[in-house]
Design a protein around this ligand. Structure first.
Ligand SMILES: NC(=O)c1ccc[n+]([C@@H]2O[C@H](COP(=O)([O-])OP(=O)(O)OC[C@H]3O[C@@H](n4cnc5c(N)ncnc54)[C@H](O)[C@@H]3O)[C@@H](O)[C@H]2O)c1
Length: 255
């Protein structure tokens, strides 16, 4: 199961060393998938692409700003020029910002929607014609438990709104492209031990530990545990699953 030989995946937000994007890229490469690493951070993307090459798959690093349509179009064209197709798209690039609604500015809300939600629309729309042409595709978006129950200390209402918007977008798109053999699904992680949230919140180790105590499993999730769910949804075996989300949260939210 989960043999992705000759498949090509594009993973946005995969340029950081310990994030879910890189963990996903590694998981896909372990299934023999060729993986394009796209990120604002081109040095990080290049470092991660070199790691994948050392695993024996083809990889490529591309600089992209997912809020900029010209940059997105250039990214997609460079992948098509190199590989001729995109079978799997994983939309992971995103930001968070812990802030109370009373203090939130219109500009902050607008930026959050552009980075986390409109980016998913723009990247997906740029990739879709190539999937429709091949009559095959797997699209997996990074939502969050915050989409379903509010974000707590790690994200404001604008973060939760952006991640909830992804779920609605994906469910609608899933219906549109199901007969093109393209599936569209989402991942909703809970607290995951990446560098992302710590840098956004400036929490101490002790504060972090208190948060894990609220998770029934009493620990943060790992990026690899999230990647495993993404690799499953990217597989041929997941062909009959679309418009769904998988919660990866240690029991913190069950619906
Ligand atoms: N860590 C968690 O607990 C958690 C929980 C739920 C959801 N998430 C979501 O998971 C995703 C990945 O987070 P992570 O924890 O792996 O951290 P991460 O820092 O590794 O991932 C974010 C990546 O997105 C990139 N990025 C940011 N803005 C970009 C832009 N405009 N264009 C291109 N790339 C851009 C960053 O450079 C970075 O590499 C995010 O969407 C986040 O909202 C994280």
């Amino acid at each position: 199961m989960f043999d992705l030989t000759n498949r090509v995946a594009l993973v946005t937000g995969a340029g950081s060393k310990n994030g879910m994007g890189m963990a996903t890229a590694v998981g896909l490469a372990e299934c023999h998938c060729n993986v394009v690493i796209a990120d604002l951070d081109i040095e990080g993307a290049q470092r991660n692409a070199a790691v994948l090459e050392s695993m024996g798959v083809e990889s490529m690093a591309v600089k992209v700003d997912v809020t900029d349509r010209a940059s997105i179009d250039a990214m997609v064209q460079s992948v098509i020029d190199r590989f001729g197709k995109i079978d799997i798209l994983v939309n992971i690039a995103g930001m968070t910002q812990p802030i109370r609604t009373i203090d939130l500015t219109y500009e902050q809300f607008d930026k959050m929607l552009r980075v986390n939600l409109l980016s998913v629309f723009s990247v997906t729309q740029a990739v879709l014609p190539h999937m429709i042409e091949k009559q095959y595709g797997r699209i997996i978006n990074m939502s969050s438990v915050s989409a379903k129950r509010g974000g707590g200390v790690f994200g404001g209402a604008h973060y939760s709104a952006s991640k909830a918007g992804i779920l609605g977008f994906a469910k609608n798109l899933a219906r549109e492209v199901v007969t093109d053999h393209i599936t569209v699904n989402n991942i909703c992680p809970g607290l995951i031990g990446t560098d992302f949230r710590r840098s956004a919140t400036g929490l101490s180790d002790e504060d972090e530990r208190k948060l894990w105590e609220d998770v029934p499993l009493k620990r943060p999730g790992t990026a690899r545990e999230v990647a495993a769910a993404i690799v499953f949804l990217a597989s041929d075996e997941a062909a009959f699953i679309t418009g769904e989300e998988i919660d990866v949260n240690g029991g913190a939210h069950i619906d």
